[in-house]
Design a protein around this ligand. Structure first.
Ligand code: GDP
Ligand code: MG
Length: 339
């Protein structure tokens, strides 16, 4: 199935039509800033260049880097387009437009072909999900949103307040617990995070909970201690349930652009990260960072934060994402599917 067929299918499929519409709307709204900036740059580019020449490709490369798709990715896409333009003897810049988008999607898909994009959930039994990441990236908020959504889907959820470093962090999780109607297991501020996790696991098993979401501290200034702490938490979990945690999700703040990439690299070196949560996509023009992370780190983005509300967490959908990024740029005269 071609790219445009996929998009068409995603948006016109009869099943779950309203759900699809809602998701699309959220992505479109959440990616507004990225789209505007990127669209502006691209439109400028296409207006300035009537013909496709070397200067055009230089500018294109710059525009892609500006959208934070990553340096290597920008170079790679531009290089492939150069070849294609030569091969197909394309002269007008407008004809290149859809090819760029098609390239971005296919690159995302091929780079992630062997990765599990969905959340790894146990069918019958307890799923443990550990949230890691530096302070302020959106761990607690993402946990709150996910708890709410899982609960609405009929799951019994328990939260573990294992960010014991600051009293405020525990209180914040309690607030989210109240909001979503989910119980929070906590200890004293300054206490041992692993002890909190132990209590939470015991409770989750005793009460036959479906999902345990573990909030952790994120002091990157003390990297060694942080990693030791995460290891200890994992050991405590595995002593009770050997195949847990099913997911270790690294939360990254999309507004920090390339910095997020640096954090991902550091965590990946020392922790078995299974996937990413990309938060605050609504607050940034740097949404292209998703592509950079995928292409350079090979970590699947599993969830995206598109706002501060309970509903503003979505399962990551590459097609929705790229469509949300580029929908203003798609040239309908070229994308018209042939019957
Ligand atoms: P933590 O330190 O990693 O637990 O980060 P928090 O969950 O406390 O989040 C830090 C700030 O980011 C809070 O003010 C959140 O409201 C905000 N935040 C988190 N996720 C999102 C998101 O998807 N969109 C927006 N706009 N803000 C977010
Ligand atoms: Mg927190």
């Amino acid at each position: 199935m071609g790219f445009f067929d996929k998009i068409k299918k995603a948006f016109t499929g009869d099943e779950e039509e309203t759900k699809v519409d809602e998701t699309t709307e959220k992505y479109e709204k959440g990616l507004e800033k990225t789209r505007k900036t990127f669209s502006e740059k691209m439109n400028e580019l296409f207006a300035n260049f009537r013909t496709v020449d070397e200067d055009f490709f230089d500018e294109l490369e710059e525009a892609l880097i500006g959208a934070d798709v990553g340096f290597d990715t920008a170079i790679k896409i531009t290089e492939e387009l150069r070849q294609e333009v030569k091969l197909r003897n394309v002269k007008k810049s407008g004809e290149v437009q859809n090819a760029i988008i098609e390239k971005l999607v296919s690159m995302y898909e091929s780079e992630g072909a062997d990765e599990q994009n969905s959340l790894n959930m146990v069918e019958d039994g307890l799923t443990v999900i550990l949230f890691v990441g530096v302070n302020g990236v959106g761990k607690t908020t993402s946990i709150g949103k996910l708890a709410y959504q899982l609960k609405n889907n009929g799951k019994k959820v328990i939260l573990a307040a294992a960010d014991t470093f600051r009293a405020g962090a525990i209180d914040q999780l309690l607030v989210w617990g109240e909001r979503s109607g989910v119980e929070v297991v906590r200890g004293k501020a300054g206490g041992d995070p692993a002890a909190v996790v132990y209590d939470a696991i015991e409770k989750a098993i005793a009460e036959q909970a479906d999902v345990l979401l573990v909030d952790t501290a994120g002091r990157l200034q003390n990297k060694v201690n942080l990693m030791k702490e995460l290891e200890k938490i994992k050991r405590v979990i595995q002593r009770e349930i050997p195949e847990a945690p099913q997911e270790v999700l690294l939360v990254l703040d999309a507004t920090t652009g390339q910095n997020a990439l640096v954090q991902a690299r550091q965590f990946k070196e020392t922790t078995d990260v299974t996937g990413l949560v990309l938060s605050k996509l609504d607050g940034t023009a740097k949404g292209g960072i998703v592509l950079a992370i995928r292409n350079e780190l090979h970590l699947p983005v599993k969830l995206v934060g598109l706002g501060e509300g309970l509903d503003d967490l979505e399962i990551f959908e590459p097609t929705e994402f790229v469509y949300g990024l580029f929908n203003e740029l798609l040239d309908p005269t070229v994308s018209e599917p042939q019957e």
